[in-house]
Every structure is written in C-alpha cells, then in structure tokens.
Design a binder for this molecule. Sequence first.
Ligand code: SAM
Length: 281
Amino acid sequence: MTSISLSQLKHECTKLLSDNLKISSREISLEVNQILLFVLKIDNSQLLLKKTISKAQYEKIKKFVSVRASGKPLAYIFKEWSFYGRSFYINSSMLIPRPETELIIDILKEKNILNDNVELLDLGAGSGSIGISVKLETKNKINLHLSDISKRCVHGIKKNLQKFDIQAKVYLSNWFENIPNIKFDLIISNPPYISYKDPHLNELHFEPKRALVSKNDGLADIHKIIKNSIHYLNRQGLIIIEHGYNQKDEVQEIFNRYNFNQVKSYKDLLGHYRITKGLFS
Ligand SMILES: C[S@@+](CC[C@H](N)C(=O)[O-])C[C@H]1O[C@@H](n2cnc3c(N)ncnc32)[C@H](O)[C@@H]1O
C-alpha cells in the first residue's frame, strides 16, 4: 500500500491555505494541524511521532483543506467546535461559539452567583453552548431553558443536550414570544449586536446574518431583550448580556433606563468591555 510523507502533505496544505486565505502563517499552521488531528483521529503527541499516512488519508485531508481554502470555517467542516473545553455539535445555522463568550461562564463561577434550583434561560442559545456549559461547570442544581428563533438551532441544541446527557426545556421562540410564564433567576443572552454598517461583516459571510446583525447600530435586540426581561425575572434576578466592544455605555444606559441595579460591565482578555449584567429589584 502506498504511503505518503506527512511533511510533504503539510507543505501542500500550508501552500493551498496561504494562497487562498487572508490569515496569518501561524493561524494556517494551527489549522493544518487541527485538520490532521481531526481526520487522523489522533492527539498532538501521536501526530509528532507520525511520519507517513495512507493514500486514503491523504485524499481525505486534501479534500478538507480545499473546502477550507474556499473560506468555509473549520467548525462548519468538522460540524463541531470547542467551547469551554467541550466539543459542541455545530451546524451552519449556528454561530460558531467564540472564546470571548467563555467570560460569561468565568463570571458566574468566580462570583458564586448561582444558588440551587436556579431557573436559567439562555436566550438566542445557538448551539446551546452557554447554557449547557453553565450547567456542566457549576455544582448547583440548575433548571435549564434554552431558546432560539431558528429551527435548525433548536434541532442542534437538542443534539447537544443529548450529547452531554442534560435535561432542559427548549423553545422555538422570537425572543420571549413563546417562553412560558416562568420567573427566571438568571437570563443569559449573547444576541446579535453587529451594526449593518460594520465593515467586518464581510469577513463573516459564512455565518447566519440573523445571529450577527441587529438594527439601530447593533443595539435593537439588546434593547428588546432587556426591556422585556423585567416581565420574566424574579426580584433579585440577574440578566447577563454579551455586546460589542464599543457598546458598553449604550448597554449600561439601557439597563439604567429600565431601573436595573448593580449594573456592571466586564472586560475580555483583550481589555474590551464585552459583558454587562444588571440586577432586577
Ligand atoms: C450571537 S448568536 C449567539 C449564539 C450562542 N448563544 C453563542 O453564544 O454561541 C445569536 C443567536 O440569537 C438567535 N436569534 C436572533 N434573533 C433572534 C430572535 N428574534 N429571537 C430569538 N433568537 C434570536 C440567533 O439565531 C443566534 O443563534
């Protein structure tokens, strides 16, 4: 059986990606590595020892790399992506979970915000990555509710719940429209918040616009969620919202307009304010 040198393959893949993608050489080498690990189903230490691969593996890897060279993100090629150390099922109707969103889980863990029997709603849950991670990362008993406006997201959320063996209620809902009349202790949302005018949108054309953009300079959905949350929060209930790096002042102003207390914003690792919380009392 013909075997092919792994270093030759790496060289070919690196060239194909460099010729077609506008990403750094470091990112290209990381992505080639990720594709090799995914297709060969081995870990980094096994890959270091590997010198050759079969013709069939070569063909498969080249196929993955040429799809990636067309611009399609790896998460949609692999149909999975990592969030807070776990691999979530991903389909093309879902936003690819971002590392900056992990800050929400860190805040909840560090501040010991959660009590037992908390009713938690993840609004616009996408893959369900936030709500599911909160439930798996905290020791508290959480009654989890997840919602999204997209049928394919709702389908994917159910797949992820099965994957992690978690019980939760899932709703197909335009924000609060189909959410039952429950009072929640915690509402979390990473809603669409990019302005239609934002030039960065061109770089994100594989991800669903509905997951990304919002009217009124990106603030329309955040406003709608905060405004309506007061009918669904318990007294002393908390809402945590992710937003754009330059929206902190506007988001805090919306929280204040609806009389939320202890409004506070948190910075991501790059030093940008990306998460704001408010207490309903
Ligand atoms: C920025 S994505 C976040 C997805 C996921 N929570 C995450 O952090 O990866 C926003 C999500 O909100 C959903 N969405 C957009 N408009 C909505 C609406 N009117 N009602 C409910 N969900 C909506 C989108 O389908 C998408 O899944």
